[in-house]
Ligand binder design. Sequence first.
Ligand code: AMP
Length: 210
Amino acid sequence: MKSRIVLLGPPGAGKGTQAEILEKELGFTKLSTGDMLREEIRNKTELGEKAKIYVESGNLVPDEIVIEMIKKRIRDISGAILFDGYPRTVKQADALAHITDIDLAINIDVKDEVLINRIAKRLMCPKCGAVYHLVNKPPRKDWVCDKCSTNLYQRDDDREETVVNRLKVYRQNTLPLINYYSERNKLVVIDGNKGTIHNIFERIRVALEN
Ligand code: AMP
């Protein structure tokens, strides 16, 4: 089984949802730079204050900041790691290659129409980072996290204007990573348009076992 995995894909592709299942079912530790940054912003740390303007506008936080965050977190983890939302630029991918060997990059490919619908109906837990969807994956109790009972919220950067910018930023900065990992024979593409959340997870599981 592969043990250092990168999840690629545009915002709303289902990276966070699949990362949660991979953690629960296969014992990965999820490292989500988005979750880390939101926590820093909520706690009003120095790093959070620096990152806020980028996150709120849907732009990328400078590479040096996220690379440093990942370096710090990775030190304490010995088992399998799943990177969710990192790397987002070639510079971040190069930095990651110096920190650890990546076994596989999984690109969850989803069309724009589907992404926009998913993001518009996405809810999130501010405490544990669990992701819900009002229709496809509703919480058992309205607006309350199944896992930790915290009230759910809609991310500020899930507003339509910001989403349009996030998709543009994704195409400019992150899409080149598909070639990056493909050239290194580490890329698998999963069609995230069709099938249930569970079907998509099963396809990811097969890719990890091969
Ligand atoms: P996410 O939760 O992965 O959608 O990330 C939310 C926001 O956090 C992004 O729109 C960026 O502003 C910022 N962010 C998350 N990960 C990174 C990263 N690897 N590099 C730069 N900015 C990031």
